[in-house]
Design a binder for this molecule. Structure first.
Ligand code: ARG
Length: 371
């Protein structure tokens, strides 16, 4: 009799569930499923872990997207391009893989959803696990001023300090793209500037108000989340940056308008001449609409993929139908699925969701630095 640790048993359960689901969805026969499960169990007994085949990795990453309760864009889960970078051992080779991902995904503006998956967590050699320290691959620096105000993105203030402590110096504009920061295990990480052509930018203009451009606003073309872990069948991938395309409200109703971010509603209301002496003029709401119109207009004009929140909500409805047709239920988190502007004008507002978290999944993990 072989003695199994609790950890091994738990991993076996998660691996078993994943392999069955994966192979059933890929229409493999029972014999093959049982053969693969036996192989995986042997690996877990011998080494305490197992390795995914390319196919398992690909389908597993797509399932993690399909299971992302906070994501309204899941209709397109099957189109996710999965880039296998599990053999990248150094920060330098990881940076190369990341740059390739960025070029592939940006695609001159016709954004393609993609994920690059680096080595799985290795508990034995903890010191070698690669981590990307950035929250997103492209993000603007935030510089705290002596008076407590911030130039740039306040969300990036702690990470900008990390970059500066490593020797990085930004220009000091409100839109300085931060460098990539990548480390192996507990070692001091290195920073790598992102070439301009890999971090596509969109200057913001308004469809009718020409003076809008004078606000000097811009945003980056592609959101690449880089600080979440990917978990497939009990295996953790701590570095697995992924991207979709933007929904306009993420930029117009959060990044540029939140009081704790770029806080632009007041300057925009001023530009449009709204009455800011009273809340009842709805100047904030009017400014939000014009800012969001500018975001959608500017991305379209620049040829960069973007979706408005009404279309995204319709697509989410189609995702649900598609899942039901496949004999599956969907899970979701209402508070994240509703768009931050006019949510009650979308069907998502008027219903509830089962917020159970299924594996494969993307999960938060502790930051590799302290704020
Ligand atoms: N909300 C984040 C941002 O504004 C991006 C999250 C992912 N978004 C996406 N469309 N895939 O930067």
């Amino acid at each position: 009799m072989i003695e199994l640790t609790l950890e091994q048993q738990q991993l076996m359960d998660r691996a078993d569930a994943f392999i069955r689901q994966c192979y059933q969805e890929l229409a493999r026969d029972e014999v093959e499923i049982e053969r693969r499960i036996a192989e995986v169990m042997q690996q877990i007994i011998r080494t305490g872990a197992y390795e995914h085949t390319t196919e398992e990795l690909t389908h597993g990453a797509r399932l993690a997207w399909r299971n992302s309760n906070r994501c309204i864009g899941r209709l397109f889960w099957q189109s996710l391009a999965v880039l296998d970078a599990r053999d990248a051992e150094t920060a330098e080779t990881a940076v190369e893989a990341i740059f390739e991902h960025m070029a592939y995904a940006t695609n001159d503006g016709r954004v393609r959803p993609a994920i690059t998956i680096f080595a799985q967590e290795n508990k034995q050699s903890h010191g070698r696990n690669l981590r990307i320290w950035n929250h997103q691959l492209v993000r603007y620096a935030g510089y705290e001023q002596p008076d407590g105000s911030v130039v740039g993105d306040p969300h990036s203030v702690p990470f900008t300090r990390v970059c500066e402590s490593l020797g990085w110096r930004g220009k000091g504009t409100p839109f300085d793209v931060l460098p990539l920061v990548i480390g192996a295990g507990d070692e001091t990480p290195s920073f790598y500037e992102i070439p301009d052509e890999l971090a596509l930018q969109v200057p913001l203009t308004h469809p009718t108000e020409e003076r809008f451009a004078s606000l000097g606003l811009q945003w980056y073309a592609v959101p690449f989340i880089s600080d979440m872990a990917l978990e497939i069948g009990g295996i953790r991938y701590p570095a697995a940056p992924f991207n979709g395309w933007y929904m306009g409200t993420e930029i117009g109703a959060r990044n540029l308008s939140d009081a704790s971010r770029y806080n632009m509603l007041r300057p925009i209301a001023e530009l449009f001449g709204y009455d800011m002496t009273t809340n009842t003029s709805l100047w904030k709401d009017r400014a939000l609409v014009e800012l969001n119109a500018a975001v959608l207009h500017s991305y379209k004009r620049a040829g960069v993929s973007i979706v408005d929140h009404h279309t995204a909500a319709e697509q989410f409805g189609r995702f649900e139908q598609q899942e039901h047709a496949a004999g599956r239920t969907i899970t979701g988190r209402w508070s994240w699925l509703i768009p931050p502007m006019s949510p009650s004008a979308t069907p998502i507002w008027h219903r509830g969701f089962d917020n159970t978290e299924r594996e494969p999944r993307f999960s938060y993990q502790p930051k590799p630095y302290s704020d």
